[in-house]
Design a protein around this ligand. Structure first.
Ligand SMILES: Cc1cc2nc3c(=O)[nH]c(=O)nc-3n(C[C@H](O)[C@H](O)[C@H](O)COP(=O)(O)OP(=O)(O)OC[C@H]3O[C@@H](n4cnc5c(N)ncnc54)[C@H](O)[C@@H]3O)c2cc1C
Length: 412
């Protein structure tokens, strides 16, 4: 039984049970690694029952993590395959540029799998919160406050009113405002965009056929992501559902968020076009300020940063959470390998390998998404022509097109 200041021993203690910390915890525990996860918030077994409108595009690489973590079968709703991706350039209220990029997963061969899967953010939380308490190698403390003391030979995580956990590695997965990153004095570079992402779900008249659309508009990208209808949506007579991530300059977004549903739907339709018929809002709308962020180091004594605690990128390519999942894959593999070989999972050598494997990849994605946003969020006619010609060139050059497709699938 846990009493205040009783002692627990674990290999790894993860602070933050969000998508990244929670998935890593399950992945380690599934491999028999003694793991503890601590979250400041309560982890309800069922989140808010209504479709919450936010959704993640899960790449093939990230799917591997969710499989190994035992989470994929726990998703409450079927994931929607992304079978085609269309990228176009345009202006609000006008049809998309005819020079659009079109990726079809069939182009990679008849047996090729989809580019990725769309999963509700709420569904992933439900899967995590259901699965974590069932794993014998995992202890969950939530809601709980904890303090962390790190030394060269190990770390102690003190749960307020609970046990002290002696472990060999602490993972900071507390999201963007990571207190552990700040305590370690790790500086971050931030790049504000002056843009806000609005996310919500819509029901529409016609099927989406698994096609994801990224429409570049002067104020920022407007993405339509196909979703499988939830049981609630089906019961409500809405068999065709998509998630939308709509980027606007912050002041415009604030005005847009204040519109009533009918006017909001009209503005969304002006950007989307009418190929899906009439659209209707499902669930609530969310908005979040966009900025890029990169921690200067991912590691410190007995500490590794993962997910939003280490980086944040523009949602233009839908890769933010996939980068966090890739951190969890690399760190998970290194820790499992070390523990199974009787080695220290928090050693400086292991932490250096983790940082070398992840920071350049995340930095490259940050630079790519930042460049894409700057190139496409402009109404300058010369830039418009350049990007339309660029789009056409990608289409005509198969190796370049393959590179784009691999990037979209997170398999590079
Ligand atoms: C409003 C909003 C909408 C979004 N919509 C989308 C979208 O549509 N598609 C998309 O791909 N991405 C979206 N994102 C981004 C996406 O949610 C993040 O990239 C992703 O959640 C990062 O996962 P994470 O586990 O690293 O961090 P988080 O999801 O931030 O999880 C951090 C966890 O740590 C816990 N925590 C915080 N502080 C402490 C502490 N001191 N001690 C212990 N635990 C702590 C928190 O309670 C939380 O559970 C959205 C973000 C926001 C804010």
């Amino acid at each position: 039984m846990d009493t205040p200041n009783s002692r627990l021993i674990a290999d790894v203690c993860i602070m933050g049970a969000g998508p990244v910390g929670g998935s890593l915890a399950c992945r380690l525990a599934e491999a028999g690694i003694a793991t503890v996860v601590v979250d400041r918030a309560a982890l309800a077994p069922m989140e808010h029952p209504a479709f919450d409108g936010r959704a993640y595009a899960i790449s093939a690489g990230s799917r591997r993590l969710l499989d190994e973590a035992g989470l994929w079968p726990q998703l409450p709703e079927a994931a929607q395959e992304i079978r085609e991706i269309r990228v176009s350039d345009g202006k609000v209220g006008r049809p998309a540029s005819p020079l659009f990029l079109h990726f079809d997963c069939q182009e990679r061969g008849p047996d090729a799998g989809p580019f990725g899967w769309m999963v509700e953010a709420r569904g992933l939380r439900i899967a995590l919160n259901r699965h974590m308490p069932t794993l014998p190698s995992l202890r969950v403390f939530a809601p709980a406050e904890a303090s962390v003391e790190r030394r060269a030979d190990g770390a102690i995580v003190r749960i307020a009113g609970g046990p002290d956990i002696a472990c060999r590695l602490v993972v900071a997965a507390e999201g963007r405002h990571s207190p552990l990153r700040e305590q370690a004095g790790i500086p971050v570079t931030r790049l504000p965009y002056g843009q806000t992402g609005m996310t919500f779900a819509v029901a529409h008249d016609h099927p989406h056929c698994g096609i994801a659309i990224e429409h570049f508009l002067p104020a920022g990208p407007f993405a339509l992501l196909p979703m499988a209808p939830s049981a609630d949506a089906l019961a409500g007579g809405a068999p065709h559902v998509s998630a939308i991530v709509w980027t606007e300059r912050t002041a415009t977004a604030a005005r847009t968020m204040a519109l009533d549903d009918a006017r909001f739907e009209r503005e969304a339709t002006r950007r989307l076009g009418d190929h899906l018929g009439r659209i209707r809002l499902v669930g609530r709308r969310w908005s979040y300020p966009l900025s890029a962020m990169l921690a200067h180091r991912y590691v410190d004594t007995r500490l590794a940063l993962a997910g939003d605690a280490a980086h944040g990128i523009h949602p233009i390519a839908g890769q933010g959470l996939n980068l966090g999942f890739r951190d969890a894959i690399v760190l998970g593999d290194l820790v499992v390998e070390a523990v199974q070989a009787g080695q220290d999972p928090g050693s400086p050598a292991l932490l250096t390998r983790y940082q070398r494997a992840r920071r350049p990849d995340n930095m490259a994605m940050l630079a790519m998404t930042d460049g894409l946003d700057r190139l496409f969020s402009s109404d300058n006619p010369v830039l418009r022509l350049a990007r339309d010609v660029g789009i056409a060139a990608v289409h005509r050059l198969p190796p370049l097109k393959r590179l784009f497709m691999q990037q979209a699938m997170g398999v590079r």
